[in-house]
Design a binder for this molecule. Structure first.
Ligand code: G6P
Ligand code: MN
Length: 442
């Protein structure tokens, strides 16, 4: 075993994205050697399904020398590990379903990370993530936490307030997923790209994509292609109609605002009425994920338990690679470039310094070194970002101060919520639905 090999904990080990992350880990042994993988989850059953699947993967990859542990005990989960990959989902998909369905009842966007649903998830998620950070500070204070848990801007803001020195990077795979889907549709290779992008999480724009192999800027031609025709879902999202809808809406967005390539999540803030009209309040994304990924993983685990299966044929896209590449860039101090969610501290010169933004950053042993944009951002993007960032700040205030008034202001200011009256109605309904998770607001 390589003496530099590291110990990695997956917090939320039972999540349906775990096999993708593990596959990326196993394929990255040359640059990121692993001695031990720990699956930590409070859901023993789901964690055990993943344990069985990952045991099978270790065998298939001939990497059975990697120690695999599953646990519900924080000490066993985190003691002296080197890296923690967090993908916990507080309240699991049952609560995601409520985040999506309750706002729809009031004619509002029902989405896991955007709008009222995203804020509901935020008030659950912050507590769970702060708990993980506490465990890591207690049991593995030198470890790096790489966070995928949503809603990322809210989490980044809350962790920064409570643990300003936490060794934590917050990353979202949406930008690379957009890039990869563009590449698979139009025949580019994103490994050749230098992308300029800014925004909040799930709320941003590309301003330039330079292709090193073609030796030219390619964003304008990509925008032109996307205006003519939406891209098709890539193979890792095959037959997934909701992702196809997202790419369709991205093209709609570009027809109105053709200067920059937008993050697809902007549809929820710029076109909330269109999104609501096409939503099915009886069957949302949570239902789809439960009926597909979650079910398939459980079946796979059952087949493996019965000794009926030994082959694996996964296509997970870049989701797993992204977090593993980031960890490798820390371990090897290789200063690769990633889109990260972090405090502004000057990256965007004309935006408040404590905004939580998503911008390119170089990652090495001392963490993230974000780039400073060459120019101030335009007033359209600035106005949108300032409103949404202020809404997020108010929500984090509401969490720490247990303030109903701040929560109401946050919901009202959220760009996906059109009126204070609606904001109050949906907030009150979400308080009831989240009584076991949210702080008591008064
Ligand atoms: C993208 C986003 C994630 C989000 C996920 C939802 O990857 O960046 O933040 O959680 O999509 O995917 P799902 O298949 O669970 O709807
Ligand atoms: Mn994301």
């Amino acid at each position: 075993m390589n003496e530099n090999a590291v110990k990695v904990t997956i917090a939320g080990g039972g999540a349906s994205h775990t096999p993708g992350i593990i596959q990326a880990l196993l394929e990255s042994q040359a640059k990121f050697p692993v001695a031990e993988i720990r699956l930590y989850d409070i859901d023993e059953q789901k964690n055990d399904d993943m344990y069985v699947i990952i045991k099978g993967m270790l065998k298939a990859f001939k990497l059975e020398n990697i120690k695999l542990i599953q646990t519900t005990d924080p000490e066993e989960g985190f003691k002296q590990v080197d890296f923690v990959f967090s993908q916990i989902r507080v309240g699991d998909l049952a609560m995601r379903e409520k985040d999506e369905k309750i706002p729809l009842k009031y004619g509002l966007v029902g989405q896991e990370t955007c709008g009222a649903g995203g804020f509901a998830y935020g008030l659950r998620s912050i507590k769970g993530l702060l708990e993980i950070v506490e465990y890591v500070q207690e049991y593995a204070p030198d470890a790096w936490i790489l966070n995928y848990t949503n809603p990322e801007s809210l989490i980044a803001e809350a962790v920064r307030r409570k643990f300003p020195h936490a060794k934590m990077l917050n990353a979202c795979d949406m930008t690379i997923s957009i890039e990869e889907t563009i590449c698979r549709n139009f025949g580019y290779d994103r490994k050749n790209w230098i992308a300029q992008y800014y925004g909040l999480n799930h709320f941003g724009w590309y301003t330039s994509i330079y292709d090193k192999s073609l030796k030219r800027e390619v964003m304008p031609e990509i925008i032109e292609k996307l205006q003519k025709q939406p891209m098709k879902v890539a193979s890792f999202n095959a037959n997934d109609q909701s992702w196809q809808n997202a790419w369709n809406m991205l093209s709609e967005n570009l027809r109105l605002f053709p200067d920059y390539l937008p993050n697809n999540y902007l549809e929820y803030y710029l076109f909330p009425d269109v999104v609501v009209k096409s939503s099915d309040s009886n069957y949302t994304r949570a239902n789809y994920v439960l009926d597909t990924r979650v079910k398939e993983n459980h079946q796979l685990a059952e087949e493996l338990r019965a000794g009926q299966r030994a082959d694996f044929d996964f296509d997970f896209g870049e989701h797993g690679n992204y977090i593993v590449d980031m960890a490798a860039s820390i371990l090897n101090d290789s200063h690769e470039r990633f889109m990260l969610i972090l405090p502004n501290t000057g990256s965007i010169s004309n935006l408040r310094h404590d905004a939580v933004v998503e911008v390119p950053a170089y990652v090495g042993r001392i963490g993230a070194e974000p780039v400073a944009l060459k120019e101030p951002i335009n007033n359209f993007h600035k106005g949108l970002m300032e409103a949404q960032d202020a809404a997020e700040k108010l929500l984090v205030d509401a969490y720490f101060e247990h303030s109903y008034q701040k929560a109401l202001q946050a919901f009202t200011l959220n760009l996906a919520v059109p009126s204070a009256d609606k904001a109050k109605q949906v907030l009150d309904a979400l308080i009831v639905a989240n009584k076991n998770y949210w702080p008591k607001l008064h």
